[in-house]
Write a protein that binds this ligand. Structure first.
Ligand SMILES: *Cc1c(COP(=O)(O)O)cnc(C)c1O
Length: 378
């Protein structure tokens, strides 16, 4: 495929840093590269406390444990998201209440949240889709009035902002991903951000298999023991070394991705003005971090025709989430509410190739093909 959907970008020093990590003689977790990554995020974004994990899924699972989710507790989650957002809470036996997306973008519709809150609700989990912020003033206001925790699934959201404040700094907890499809990568990888002080100590324990190993290594206790539930959520130094090389190039990565995004937008304006597709809307309160460029097609069928047409031209666009409330696992558990917008994005959203090494001519070629597809249509 000439234009794959994604191509992991190596900034240059990944291998060098991995060699350094190996040579240091300590390649399990929480060594010097992990500390460098933690400090990078805490200093640059002002996150209260950062802990690398082996994935964003793990960071979400840690969140569900930290919030003490038990069978019967309810959590409000958008249906249009990745499986892990919900699965983390399903693992604790929580009752998941799926919310619809808004009309203007795939983020959770804040106006619907309040009607879904019951005495059993413990948290609102949100996803900043494509790195575009949810309406945080509205959501934080609801959360504080009902004394609910907010968890941000910030998997798409590195270095993106709501009214100038970094995404991942709003919720009690936030989860980021460094999977190879995200802006900044380590193959598989993630991080938990803890903004609410009360969770820091326990997070450290949960991340270290339910032991007080971290405190032991700091010399705070004289032996380490099993003190809580937990799992092995920390990545090795090899992963952290790779990630640190990426973080050193964050600005360069973001700049290129945003430029590609803008080229797509400009290139497709005409097709959108004719009403063939809709382009993403970025609210005034949000920034764009170039994580994803998507369009909305007029129908699922036309989307499929467009995909087929583009594949023949060696381009691989891909659709995205399938509404979780209709998934084989959840369908029978859903309360029957129709989630129109979530289903609409499921059927009509199409993501374009976007990766650091995609050349400008690539975007020109791809947008040209899209224009060609719509020529002669009405
Ligand atoms: C990628 C992604 C995840 C999962 O991330 P992993 O690091 O692969 O576990 C979770 N939520 C969203 C919204 C994602 O895009």
């Amino acid at each position: 495929m000439k234009y794959p959907f994604n191509k992991p970008f190596l900034t240059g020093k990944e291998i060098e840093y991995i060699v350094q990590a190996v040579a240091s003689g300590k390649i399990s977790g929480d060594g010097s590269f992990t500390k460098l990554c933690h400090r990078f995020f805490e200093e640059r974004f002002g996150f209260r406390k950062v802990m690398l994990t082996t994935s964003c899924s793990d960071a979400l699972e840690m969140s569900a444990i930290l919030l003490d989710f038990k069978p019967g507790d309810e959590v409000i989650i958008p249906s249009f998201t990745f499986v892990s957002t919900a699965n983390a809470f399903a693992l604790r036996g929580a009752k998941i209440v799926f919310a619809d997306s808004g009309k203007g973008d795939p983020n959770i519709d804040p106006e619907l949240i309040e009607s879904l809150i019951t005495p059993a609700t413990k948290a609102i989990v949100l996803v900043h889709y494509a790195g575009i912020a949810c309406d945080m003033d509205a959501i934080m206001d609801i959360a504080s009035r009902h004394k609910l925790h907010v968890v941000e699934d910030a998997a798409h959201s590195v270095d993106s902002y709501y009214k100038g404040k970094p995404l991942g700094s709003f919720g009690s907890l936030a989860a980021f991903s460094f999977h190879e499809t995200k802006n900044v990568i380590s193959g598989e990888g993630g991080m938990l951000v803890i903004n609410d002080e009360q969770f820091i100590k326990r997070a450290e324990i949960i991340r270290e298999k339910g032991t007080n190993r971290s405190a032991f290594f700091r010399g705070e206790v004289d032996k380490y023991n099993w003190v809580d539930i937990g799992s092995s959520f920390l990545p090795s130094e090899i992963i952290a070394a790779f990630l640190y090389a990426q973080l050193e190039n964050l600005d360069k990565i973001q700049k290129r991705r945003i430029s590609l995004w803008e080229q797509y937008y400009e290139g497709l304006k005409g097709v959108a003005e004719k009403g063939f597709i809709q382009l993403p809307e970025i609210p005034d309160y949000a920034t764009n971090n170039g994580h994803m460029f998507y369009v909305l097609c007029r129908s699922q069928q036309e989307r499929q025709e467009l995909i087929t047409f583009m594949k023949e031209a060696d381009i691989l666009p891909t659709f995205h989430y399938l509404s979780l409330h209709k998934s084989p696992f959840f369908e029978g558990k859903h309360d029957g509410r129709v989630l129109v917008n979530s289903d609409n994005y499921t059927d009509k959203l199409l993501r374009m190739p976007l990766y650091y090494e995609l050349p400008d001519e690539g975007v020109k070629f791809i947008t040209g093909k899209i224009k060609e597809f719509y020529e002669g249509r009405e």
